[in-house]
Design a protein around this ligand. Structure first.
Ligand SMILES: [Zn+2]
Length: 581
């Protein structure tokens, strides 16, 4: 007997053998039992999940010599011919290669005649969305007045490309990706029959790699048997398909959650050296964190984790998009995972509010309530917009707040603010209304729009600029500083194209041509110390009557001595950069 590939040899011949599409099979069996057969069926779903297999079984069921049945006999002439692909009553057409109007016209001619031996003429068109418009029109004429002896089965991966006039004349079934457990069960069955010894982890890796497509999983098994013979390990699977092991994924996601940047970078390095598919890695990590997200919804008090996991999932899905168009996948992946690790470490808004309210309950004077500011731009009416008096120092080891710090007693807008000059060209534009012509304030306020605009000109810069802020305007030069953690992104701007993209966006806002320079910041600018979403800011209540009299404005040292200020500085690992009254 000649060699037959597994996917073909194991193609289901009965509805009962179809894996993971119970909802479809059940409906078709009922239709056969009650003799309510539509003229046309449309099977929708990703490749390799059983669309044409189901159509073929249905064809046998309709034409079996034993009578119309949900369990065709597989032994009569009709069944054997259909299985052997020689039945005159079953036409299988590949829409991708037979998509011309002539071919559909010819098809229309043949369906006029009665079936050769069975009850029906059965037309199976795979990838039906590939038909040309005129072919669809020709097909539509038949579908509008179908001869009673003709049934159509259409299969497609892209239903949105099929005209609505066709779809509306079909009974539509959406097939789903096959669950990992079902694929493993099927592979196990096949492996036993083929006398192949295969590790459980290897089966899991194949199932993961096939993304719910049983045919892909079966082809992978074929390939592995050819490569390894009759004993297959997880390592073989990972090697052949560029997948990352279960264990490595576990380690990497743990490193991200515990914020070990060095370990994260080291892991990426090793995986790239080993020739792993980095795009694939992002998808698998995304899957992993999504599972954790679902799990943490179930547990009580998981709110904080949910926030972090959501942020990580966001970063990963954005990275997946960007990697598709990027040549330097590794840099993108590294920066993304470092951002994830950071997202996992920073305190969430809820935690900060809880901490501050606890402080208040303990007798402090600071109250904090989240409030929605009308816009990210500074508004004179809001007593304490994002420019916090407390700026973060270099990244501390433990979970650290990076949300806006609470302000001391509110500033009265009439009096000039006193600034402690911590870094020369860093302005803190947010606490008082920006004087006319304060270009940095303008850039700061419109930074998200500037980044988005630059991203439309040069896709690569958009993600990178999210980790940067404008820190000064000197004449025709705009300074843009990066978080030192993302120093690697500076090299993006060595490309004239990327540089021009941001310069054009800046010029658009300032209304004059400017040049941009890029650097890392020495100390985190107060402006970015740090608003999770631009729309959120904090209001601080004035000291209560019971509190000791407040020190005079500008006296940072005196403020520093106050117990509640000390606690806030501790909490955020901050320094006082600005005191106002
Ligand atoms: Zn039969």
């Amino acid at each position: 007997m000649g060699y037959e590939v597994i996917a073909r040899k194991w193609r289901p011949q009965q509805f009962a053998d179809v894996v993971g599409q119970g909802h479809v099979v059940q409906t078709l069996e009922n239709a056969l039992a009650s003799n309510r057969i539509a003229h046309a069926y449309l099977f929708v779903g990703p490749r390799g999940i059983g669309k044409t297999s189901i159509a073929r079984i249905f064809a046998k069921a309709l034409n079996c010599d034993t009578g119309m049945t949900a369990t065709p006999c597989d032994t009569c002439d009709s069944c054997l011919e259909i299985m052997g692909g020689t039945s005159l009553d079953v036409r299988e057409i590949d829409g991708a290669s037979n998509n011309s109007v002539d071919q559909v016209r010819e098809l229309r001619e043949t369906v006029k005649y009665a079936p050769a031996r069975g009850r029906f003429k059965l037309i199976i068109i795979d990838e039906v969305h590939m038909l040309s418009n005129s072919a669809f029109n020709a097909l539509l004429k038949t579908l509008e007045e179908p001869p009673a002896h003709v049934k159509f089965f259409f299969a497609t991966t892209e239903p949105q490309k099929i005209p609505a006039t066709i779809i509306s004349r079909c009974q539509r079934f959406d097939l789903r990706r096959i669950p990992v457990a079902d694929i493993i069960e099927r592979l196990n069955l096949i492996a036993r029959d083929e006398k192949v010894k295969i590790e459980d982890d290897a089966l899991l890796a194949i199932a993961r790699g096939s993304e719910g497509g049983l045919r892909d999983a079966e082809s992978a098994l074929d390939q592995l048997i050819a490569f390894r013979g009759k004993a297959i390990t997880e390592e073989d699977v990972l090697q052949v398909f560029g997948l990352v092991s279960h264990q490595t994924l576990e380690t990497l996601s743990d490193c991200i959650l515990s914020g070990e940047m060095g370990a994260v970078i080291g892991n990426v390095d090793a995986l790239e050296q080993a020739g792993k598919d980095l795009q694939r890695l992002v998808l698998e990590l995304m899957d992993r964190f999504r599972n954790r997200l679902v799990a943490s919804y179930g547990s009580s008090g998981g709110g904080v984790d949910v926030e972090r996991l959501l942020r990580i999932c966001d970063i990963l899905s954005e990275t997946d998009e960007r990697m598709r168009f990027s040549l330097s996948k590794r840099i993108l992946l590294e920066t993304a995972l470092v951002r994830c690790a950071r997202a996992a470490k920073v305190a969430t808004l809820e935690e900060i509010i809880a901490q501050i309210n606890a402080l208040k309950a303990a007798g402090g004077v600071v109250t904090v309530a989240p409030q929605l500011a009308p816009s990210p731009a500074p508004a004179p009416a809001a007593p304490a917009p994002p420019a916090a008096p407390v700026a973060r120092r270099a990244a501390p080891p433990a979970a650290t707040a990076t949300a806006p710090a609470p302000a001391p007693p509110p500033a009265s807008p009439e009096e000039p603010a006193v600034r402690t000059p911590t870094h020369s060209r860093t302005h803190t534009p947010a606490s008082s209304p920006p004087p006319a012509g304060d270009e940095l304030a303008k850039l700061t306020a419109q930074w998200p729009q500037i980044v988005a605009h630059a991203g439309r000109i040069a896709v690569a810069v958009q993600g990178a600029l999210k980790d940067a802020v404008p820190t000064g305007v000197d004449g025709d030069t705009v300074h843009i500083d990066f978080d030192p953690e993302f120093a690697s992104e500076l090299q993006l701007f060595e490309s004239p194209r990327n540089r021009k993209a941001i310069e054009r966006s800046l010029a658009g806002v300032l209304g004059r041509p400017v040049m941009a320079t890029f650097d890392t910041w020495k100390e985190k600018p107060a402006r970015v110390a740090e608003v999770p979403t631009p729309a959120q800011s904090y209001a601080a209540a004035p000291p209560s009557d019971a509190a000791p009299p407040a020190p005079r404005k500008g006296n940072a040292q005196a403020w520093k001595q106050r117990e509640e200020v000390k606690q806030v500085l501790d909490m955020f690992n901050g320094t006082i950069v600005d005191v106002r009254e």
